[in-house]
Design a protein around this ligand. Sequence first.
Ligand code: NDP
Length: 326
Amino acid sequence: MFQAICLQQDEGGFSAGLTTLDEARLPPDGVLVQVAYSTLNYKDALAICNAGPVVRLWPMVPGVDCAGTVLASDHDDFVPGDPIIFNGWGAGETRWGALAQRARLPAEGMVKLPAAYTPHDAMALGTAGYTAMLCVQALTRHGVPPGSGPVLVTGATGGVGSIATLLLAQRGYEVAVLTGKPQAADYLRGLGALQVLDRAEFAQAGKPLQKMRWAGAVDTVGSHTLANVCAQLRYGGVVAACGLAQGMELPATVAPFILRGVTLAGIDSVYAPRALREGAWAALAAELPASKLGQVVTEIGLSEAIAAAGEIMAGRHTGRYVVDVN
Ligand code: NDP
């Protein structure tokens, strides 16, 4: 038996609670993990608050991320005793996830825990950190190395935004950030932001082509903000787009693409192939020492995860929640 957050949808409506489950109810296939830490991402908050169409199977154990130890495995790459990180691959959406003390998870979404990190460090990063690195790597891959000019991070106080800001500043980029929390300016400057801008400036429809400001950008919010970022990219600029915190729509024109040669690089962490995952986690371990993560993290217990998800949905949190499931 193990403890887990469980989401139910039945005649009585939706409910979320902490419950005890039998290991026999875990999915039959995959790698059985003794979870040490999980975390809360925006997607987990959507699922726990029933605020978006994340859950495809009821009842559901939410949780797209965990770090822990392999107990049993159906895959040659992982053996009992291996310390691992798991991100995405449908967990918490189409199969039971990792806001639990035990989980059976697909090997495709798993990597070995880098020696530089503890399971707690890995969940301080979680999908947010791994996605932030995928975004930063996309900027480099598409031709925006450090020294190219100012780069903008949107949704900056969030998990992806905070870690993208840290990573870009560490790599030597000139980082500007967009936030709706002016009171978090010191936090953002502490992560390495040189300029803190009000997200309201970007939240409404703007002209298709605007003054060229940014060599690159990491966008976590979508909608008008992403459209305005595209319209403000310099000639040949690149935006790595990974999120939809403002909205799913993209009310933009093709003008920045066909007149300024800008690149919109889409980032998906959920079904990213193993090579990309391992590359992102190896780069995180090499570039971001655990000592830098403390400023970003709030640790909570499993019983506090539902309330914390509400804080994320209300836009009141800063940085990352790490969930000690034990
Ligand atoms: P968080 O909730 O931690 O951060 C989102 C941030 O967006 C908030 O902190 C806030 O920052 C900003 N924000 C919130 N609401 C709005 C709004 N209405 N308009 C503009 N900005 C807003 O989420 P994560 O960092 O975990 O995820 C960010 C996004 O990236 C989410 O949409 C998530 O689904 C997506 N994502 C996608 C992944 C992928 O694989 N493509 C992987 C991981 C996340 P501030 O107050 O500073 O403006």
